[in-house]
Write a protein that binds this ligand. Structure first.
Ligand code: AMP
Ligand code: ZN
Length: 114
């Protein structure tokens, strides 16, 4: 997708603070962090929203969770805890239409979210 910010990050056209990558996913620091650890896990493949994930993407979405788990552990938050969030469309506040998991940790997070 030519116009997609996260596709440009995946291709290297836009640089980020990369913390982890595999053949299929990237993890980089959020530009506007909401917790001491706030990174985004994205697939290299463009998928616009959670609504667009297909059964064929199930393994890829699983890899996103595994990448988040690896980073949470590497940053020391496996035991204290962390939150994984994927926003979908307007009511959830999705602003970048290339799916991403937010990994948030390092403070006590309130529930329910706003
Ligand atoms: P969402 O609202 O769920 O679509 O989340 C989009 C996230 O992308 C927000 O938390 C932004 O702060 C973050 N973001 C936007 N542009 C960049 C960028 N260039 N590098 C890192 N994070 C970004
Ligand atoms: Zn994209």
């Amino acid at each position: 997708m030519d116009d997609c910010l996260f596709c440009k990050i995946a291709s290297g056209e836009i640089t980020t603070d990369l913390v982890y990558e595999t053949e299929s996913v990237l993890v980089f620091r959020d530009i506007n962090p909401q917790a001491p650890l706030h990174v985004l896990v994205i697939p290299r493949k463009h998928i616009s929203t959670a609504n667009d994930v297909t059964a064929a993407d199930a393994g890829l979405v699983g890899e996103m969770v595994l990448a988040a788990q690896q980073v949470a552990a590497a940053e020391g938050y496996a035991e204290s805890g962390y939150r994984l969030v994927m926003n979908c469309n307007a009511d959830a506040g999705q602003t970048v239409f290339h799916i991403h998991l937010h990994l948030l940790a390092g403070r006590s997070l309130t529930w329910p979210p706003g």
